[in-house]
Write a protein that binds this ligand. Structure first.
Ligand code: IMP
Ligand code: MG
Length: 176
């Protein structure tokens, strides 16, 4: 079976592209004249950040942070390790964190707290997806792609065991 056929589509590639254009336009309006850094959280945001960056017609820089959550693979423990850090300081820069999905919010809580210690001019969060029903801590989301129910989704950068990231749309795994 083809890879994409293993998924029940939730958001088509076209629908994602339209939403990403809107988010980019919003960020473009908000950051004109400011030193903007898009900070992608690896690996899940790699496709989203590349599309989003091209939807923002402003000078900006791109950096990445690698995070891994200790504990169970499918449930965030809140104990987070930085596996790969930023390449440049963000002091006095305006940072927009680019994430694939905020689930319990524990990963983002850690990242927001950690970023605050680095004295940026500002930090905002742009996430493609949000599962509000799973929230365990309140995370302010400044730019949101889509709110979803409590389903495990993959594609467009999101994975299950590192698989399906390259599927161009977002969907739910079919059973069997
Ligand atoms: P949180 O700390 O529970 O908010 O977890 C956030 C991380 O868990 C995300 O950055 C994803 O890497 C992963 N994650 C949570 N839900 C999903 C999902 O439905 N599909 C794929 N990855 C997910
Ligand atoms: Mg992630």
């Amino acid at each position: 079976m083809k890879l994409a056929a293993e998924l029940e589509p939730m958001f088509t590639a076209d629908r994602i592209a339209r939403r990403v254009e809107e988010l980019g336009a919003q960020i473009e309006r908000d950051y004109e004249g400011k030193e903007l850094v898009l900070l992608g959280v690896l690996k899940g945001s790699y496709i989203f950040i590349s599309d989003l960056a091209r939807a923002i017609d402003l000078p900006l820089s791109i950096d990445f942070i690698g995070l891994s959550s200790y504990g169970e693979a499918t449930e965030s423990s809140g104990v987070v390790k930085i596996t790969s850090d930023l390449t440049r300081p963000i002091e006095r820069k305006h940072v927009v964190i680019v994430e694939d999905i905020v689930d319990t919010g524990l990963t983002m809580r850690y990242l927001l707290d950690n970023m605050a210690t680095r004295r940026p001019a500002s930090v905002k969060l742009c996430t493609l997806l949000h599962k509000p029903s799973r929230a365990r801590t309140r995370i302010p989301i400044d730019y949101l792609g889509f709110e979803i129910e409590d389903r495990f989704v993959v594609g467009y950068g999101l994975d299950a065991n590192d698989k399906y990231r390259n599927v161009p749309f977002i969907g739910v795994l079919r059973h069997g």
